[in-house]
Design a protein around this ligand. Sequence first.
Ligand code: TGC
Ligand code: FAD
Length: 394
Amino acid sequence: MARYEGIDFYNLDALFSEEERMVRDTVGTWVEDRLMPIIGKAYIQREFPTELIPELGELGVLGANLPEEYGCAGLNNVAYGLIMQELERGDSGIRSFVSVQGALVMYPIFAFGSEEHRRQWLPKLATGEAIGCFGLTEPDYGSNPAGMITRAEKTSDGWRLNGAKMWITNGSMADVAVVWAQTGAPGDVKGIRGFVVPTDTPGFSAKDQKGKLSLLASDTSELVFQDVDLPESALMPGSTDGLKQPLMCLTQARYGISWGAVGAAMACFHEAVSYAKERVMFDTTIGGKQIQQVRLADMLTKITQGQLVTYHLGRMKDEGTMTPQQVSLAKRANCDMATDIAREARRLLGANGILVEYHSMRHMANLESVYTYEGTHDIHSLILGQAVTGINAF
Ligand code: TGC
Ligand code: FAD
């Protein structure tokens, strides 16, 4: 089955530029040729396929929408979204690696860091020579990072960092961490600042999060800071408005996730259609049964809606009119849609649907993390509720 056959029902292809199509197809081909042959094994072995990192750098997908001046591809946001879509057709863990590196590490260094930070880190992060992670969430402050207790105390010549961050993607592999810490009184949202922390600084440690049942081909870790002494220059000079800067990073990552979730849903739909056309039961293919056709029609409808949302969101981002609330709608709707579709595809596959040789169940398990991170479904409901009513219901 051709890669897009039956999955671009409204012919969005015609709306993409030649460059956008080329980027999508290059990354899609890489996913098929390089990721798909190994992802099942990596997932079962609970390992992120680190050998692919230099190839991701060569493909230009790391920080792909940041400027060429810093070694990045300088693509527009629709092309960036298509990259996320294609990567997550393969696996949410690979897309997560790329999202964190680009939207949560390179973006803040670019937007809030010093010129020295940019020159030191962005070219290496773009090639994959250096890996980054983003520490916002804490054990007791997930949905509400405003309450964070990780502290950065001023010293005579810099800052001393103490505290812990939880659920940190790329945490154990990272060379550099963007860490958000309280510098003022506890709970002072305006006192939150961002620091660029090399992970070999004494007192910094990372520990793999054991026992996950989702996003297995991804490094998720706890970070601990014990009297981590940092120079004054570790502070990102542009992180001046407290929680606003980390929330701006989340907007970038949520944007990519809304495209990625569509990719995971497309992969599951593709698998379900192929299976329905081949699997014979009660003398005909199950694709010839009305119940399965309703299931596939529902999937196609929801995927098409998701594709239209991300396409228009991308054009608005490129025009500079996109709002964080519009990103919340896309992240919330598309993650919900993709988790439903992955589950329905898995069910259509019968017993084979629980095997790692098929992909829907891996996507289904992964998408539970995607639904939860970067603002849970509930948090995005409350963001939208506030946008509609003006009432804060957190
Ligand atoms: P609030 O008072 O609403 O906002 C403070 C200031 O920030 C502005 N703002 C935003 N700006 C840009 N983008 C956004 N998404 C923004 N949201 C808010 C806001 O306008 C305000 O500006 P100003 O000028 O008035 O000062 O802040 P709050 O403390 O009430 O928080 C609101 C809430 C609950 C929505 C926020 O805390 C939130 O989004 N919580 C969810 C936490 C979360 O999503 N964590 C994600 C951690 S990273 C992660 O999960 C990585 S997953 C790995 C992967 O991506 O693969
Ligand atoms: P909680 O905030 O404790 O929420 C528990 C439940 O309560 C949820 O159902 C939630 O929706 C609900 N809830 C919370 N507040 C309200 C409310 N006001 N009203 C109604 N219901 C509410 N974080 C990082 O900083 N960096 C990373 O790289 C990173 N990577 C991650 C990777 C994975 C695999 C996972 C699973 C998480 C990752 N996270 C990361 C953390 C993620 O952002 C948080 O898990 C998420 O923000 C939710 O926080 P929590 O898990 O503490 O849940």
